[in-house]
Design a binder for this molecule. Structure first.
Ligand code: BG6
Length: 475
């Protein structure tokens, strides 16, 4: 038995992808409220105003807002110890720059946390999961404007104060390293004008680091027992060949994509390679001495990440070789790996490799807060969903987690993504399903929204009940 006693088994969601009720309870508009659905091969598009002729899948989500009791009861039935969820910033501060919060929004999360407590489930709360109030993007270009630091800190402090006796585990921003990529310019950082501009993105990211560090400090003052973490999308990269130039190119990509943000948030300082990168690209960022001191003080207590896949890179920028898709970032095909229906390469062993890399680099507790297989599910004539492909994916990853723990990695929890089917973050589809629980809604928003247990539901229940043992026995 390798998984430690008290290991945090559970599942993960984000407010904008599940809640729906986009105009209820005094909620304001958020960035995802402005995003129409894409498709299996195309990303989502944002519209400046809400077009009545278009379908915005986050507007109804999976109606968690009205069904949270039923959903949390099902999580409890699976034996969840922890439930990763996020708070919709625009429920608490509808426009983002108000001085006082929206009481109705606060009350909703009180009720959600009380429901979790009733079932003995520990909430793990992402303060901002790509959910910036739209007004902050429109008026301030999101985190490009330093005033957004203060708006965020006010929001985070409001949450810490209100829920100090209900929530212990917090994450400041979801997948903060998304900001290093052009697509993250709007979705994460909230920049509407010229969002792909690298200098602007690094400036906004810097402001986000300061906001995160200030929140960590404020949170620890409010409740010294709080565990406040960072969250990154870890995009595991291998060199396409053993050619030293490819190995070097892979390292350089890792530095910018995977290590930069973690280094700032865990080590409390900008890494040397980014300083050199900024010089080389003539990127000027305003970083005061006070900012740097804040970042140093506001380091996180633990490191969390999403892990879905891996891919390869080479020195000759993808000039030769087949490419594959991926979570936020694709790469070159790895001939040794199979891909999901959405073209993401499945790599359980890469998780063990990644866990060891991360623990070596940061030496803080680690948690995998997203992992899973997006797949099309079919309901058979007896109303069942035999998702053995999902079971297989998760089982193989759990086996590698077990090996990483044996390697000595301090892994404290695992919350597979979309434990209940939800709106895809990348494409807005419903047909890309991750859940143990099926939700009857299609890509156009049609359906009863009824919940149905998949085969993986019972399977994951046994995994949790045996603290991972049933997985290891089937190896
Ligand atoms: C992560 C995000 O990038 O990947 C989630 O934190 C997202 O919000 C998840 O849903 C899976 O990606 P997708 O595009 O399959 O929904």
């Amino acid at each position: 038995m390798t998984f430690p006693k008290g290991f945090l088994w559970g599942g993960a969601t984000a407010a904008n992808q599940v809640e729906g009720a986009w105009q209820e309870g005094g909620k304001g508009e958020s960035i995802p409220d402005h995003m129409v659905a894409g498709s299996r091969t195309s990303h989502r598009v944002m519209t400046p105003t809400i077009d009545v002729d278009k379908y915005y899948p986050n507007h109804d989500g999976i109606d968690f807002y009205h069904r949270y009791k039923e959903d949390i009861a099902m999580f409890a039935e699976m034996g969840f110890k922890v439930f990763r969820m996020s708070i919709a910033w625009s429920r608490i501060f509808p426009k983002g720059d108000e001085m006082t919060p929206n009481e109705e929004g606060l009350r909703f999360y009180d009720e959600v946390f009380d429901e979790c407590a009733k079932h003995g489930i520990e909430p793990l709360v992402t303060i901002s999961h790509f959910e910036l109030p739209y007004h902050l993007a429109e008026e301030y270009d999101g985190f490009l404007d330093r005033r957004t630091i203060d708006f965020y800190v006010r929001y985070a402090t409001t949450l810490f104060t209100r829920y100090k006796d209900k929530v212990n585990y917090w994450l400041t921003f979801n997948e903060i390293n998304f900001g290093t990529l052009p697509l993250g310019g709007t979705m994460l950082l909230g920049i509407l004008n010229d969002s792909a501009n690298e200098e602007k993105r690094y400036q906004a990211l810097h402001n986000m680091f300061v906001a995160s560090a200030k929140a960590v400090e404020a949170g620890h003052k409010i409740n010294p027992d709080f565990k406040i973490g960072c969250m990154l999308a870890y995009i595991t990269m291998y060199p396409a060949t053993a050619k030293p130039e490819d190995v070097l190119a892979c390292r350089e990509l890792n530095q910018k994509l995977n290590w930069f943000c973690g280094d700032v948030q865990v080590k409390g300082k900008y890494p040397y390679f980014m300083e050199e990168y900024f010089k080389k690209k003539n990127i000027q960022i305003e970083r005061s001495a006070e900012d740097l001191a804040t970042i140093k003080r506001g380091v996180v207590d633990y490191y969390t990440f999403s892990y879905y896949m891996s891919s390869c890179t080479s020195a000759a920028e993808y000039s030769d070789g087949e490419t594959v898709g991926g979570n936020l970032f694709g790469g070159l095909k790895n001939p040794y790996l199979e891909t999901s229906e959405w073209g993401w390469q499945i790599d359980p062993v890469g998780l063990r490799y990644t866990l060891n890399e991360l623990y070596d680099r940061y030496e803080v507790p680690l948690m995998i807060v997203e992992n899973g297989l997006g797949a099309v599910d079919v309901i058979d004539e007896t109303n069942q969903i035999h998702d053995e492909y999902r079971i297989d994916y998760i089982r193989r990853h759990i086996i590698e987690m077990d090996k990483a723990i044996e390697d000595g990695v301090d892994l404290i929890g695992y919350t597979p993504w979309g434990c209940i089917d939800l709106v895809s973050g990348g494409t807005g589809e419903m047909s890309k399903r991750y859940g143990f629980i099926y939700v009857d809604k299609d890509d156009k928003g049609n359906g009863t929204f009824d919940r149905l247990k998949k085969d993986s539901f019972e399977w994951y229940k046994q995994v949790i009940a045996s603290n991972g043992q049933t997985c290891l026995e089937t190896e």
